[in-house]
Design a protein around this ligand. Structure first.
Ligand code: ZN
Length: 441
């Protein structure tokens, strides 16, 4: 029998304090519920409830990440489904979408089912595999999209992330294909002909540092093309990790036209700028690259006004040898799961751009809807599945890479003080994190 939890005095979505009773995997009651001893004994367990004092804490629906690299199968030296989902739980996530650029690539029913099963076995988080759009991410012919959608993993999101589906005819066919079952194509928008050898954002600083520039137009040109293809096909497009002011403008325009388009931004593009690259530390090397302060301001505004639907981590673990080397040969990517909510608190909540209900919308409700994860992203009302994150917004911590649950250490926030801490995470009513620590399965 599962334990019953009474979460006392939590600020639900940052609003008025309330008590939340979690029983048999669902939110059983919300309101003023007295103490655990006053409750009617659970007919199932026959026992009382475990009481959690949540005074001063904010209760959110469990977070949903649309963009996680779990690296398994193939790169278990960087991350596994087990370590990645432990990191996710510590970050307040209850569902993550696992990107397809594994080895082998998740381009068949067999591989997506393997990842889905590994997620179930680990048990820290619901793992929703993303299927590749093209065979081997090569951009030449469509992968077995239908077979992945029909598999036990029930794939809804398809992406060649890491690579762009740059062939317009292939992108059109992918959009047409997923439309039949309500799927979505998540595009890594990067025109490869404009980013050959690119190392950092193109601008004054790239000239100064002598690094080959990565122009904003390489991202914007693909997004502009794809929103038109989405309108033409009437099929859903999701733009991954949008990073420039111009990209925000294009998505805003597409939405004003009613095109079926959604977009995400990463925590690092909400906080960090290209200026960090002056020291040539490859921990700041990422795809798309860190941009200018004006771009950071534009993506924050886009997330605040809903042009950008979701925060997605693009959690990209790399082993030490892939990052602890010269800038030019270092791998691109940063860790994100364990710090995402703190970065959003600092950049969006403490700046007054979003309240906690807005955070719940951008980090749970909307990503769940985009990914077609019906059970997640629900409101905190009686009867909803108990996927919850309990957060202490008054806490703060200095990020120490050695203490992260991820197998990798490539966090760009090492030594930085970030606000907020996830105190507890519940998946289907069972704690995956309690007192800020992973609950061993
Ligand atoms: Zn990407």
């Amino acid at each position: 029998m599962s334990t019953t939890y009474l979460i006392k005095n939590a600020s639900v979505l940052g609003g008025d304090p309330a008590d939340v009773l979690v029983r048999d995997g669902v939110v059983a009651e919300v309101g003023s519920l007295g103490s655990a001893e006053d409750l009617t004994p659970d007919p199932g367990s026959g026992g009382g409830a475990v009481e959690i004092d949540a005074t001063g804490l904010v209760l959110l629906p469990g977070l949903v990440d649309l963009h996680t690299h779990l690296r398994e199968p193939g790169r278990e030296d960087a991350e596994t489904v087990d370590t990645g989902t432990r990191a996710a739980a510590l970050g307040g996530f209850t569902a993550v979408h696992a990107m397809a650029n594994t080895d082998p690539v998740a381009d068949t029913a067999g591989v997506v089912e393997q990842v889905w099963r590994l997620g179930r076995e680990a048990g820290y988080c619901d793992v929703r595999p993303v299927g590749a759009v093209t065979v081997g991410l090569k951009g030449e012919r469509l992968a077995e999209i239908g077979a992945m959608a029909d598999s036990a993993a029930q794939v809804k999101v398809f992406s060649d992330d890491g690579h762009c589906v740059s062939d317009a005819a292939l992108m059109r066919r992918a959009l047409e294909y997923v439309k039949a079952f309500g799927g979505v194509v998540a595009q890594h928008a990067q025109e490869p002909r404009l980013t050959d050898g690119a190392q950092m954002n193109e601008g004054e600083l790239s000239g100064l540092l002598g690094l080959h520039g990565w122009p904003a137009v390489a991202e914007e040109a693909i997004i502009a093309r794809d929103v038109l293809l989405a309108a033409h096909t009437g099929s859903r497009l999701h733009v991954c990790h949008l990073s420039t002011a111009g990209s925000v403008e294009i998505v805003r325009w597409a939405k004003s036209k009613g095109f079926p388009v959604t977009a995400e931004v990463t925590p690092h593009h909400l906080l960090l700028t290209e200026d960090l690259i002056r020291g040539y530390d490859p921990v700041y090397k990422v795809n798309p690259p860190l941009r200018s302060a004006a771009d950071v301001e534009a993506v924050r505004a886009g997330l605040a006004d809903g042009t950008i639907d979701a925060v997605a981590t693009d959690h990209a673990p790399h082993p030490v040898e892939a990052k602890d080397c010269e800038w030019a040969v270092a791998a691109m990517g940063m860790l994100g799961l364990e710090t995402a909510l703190s970065v959003v608190q600092q950049t969006m909540v403490e700046t007054g751009l979003l309240d906690w209900a807005g955070v719940a919308d951008r980090m749970s409700a909307r990503p769940a809807r985009i990914g077609g994860v019906a059970e997640h992203g629900r409101g905190l009302e009686a009867g909803a599945p108990a996927h919850l994150a309990l957060v202490d917004p008054s806490a703060s911590r200095v990020i120490e890479p050695g203490t992260l649950q991820s197998l990798s250490r490539n966090t760009p926030y090492a030594g930085m003080k970030l606000p907020g801490a996830v105190v507890a995470t519940f998946l289907r009513g069972a704690p995956t994190v309690l007192d800020g620590r992973v609950v061993e399965r």
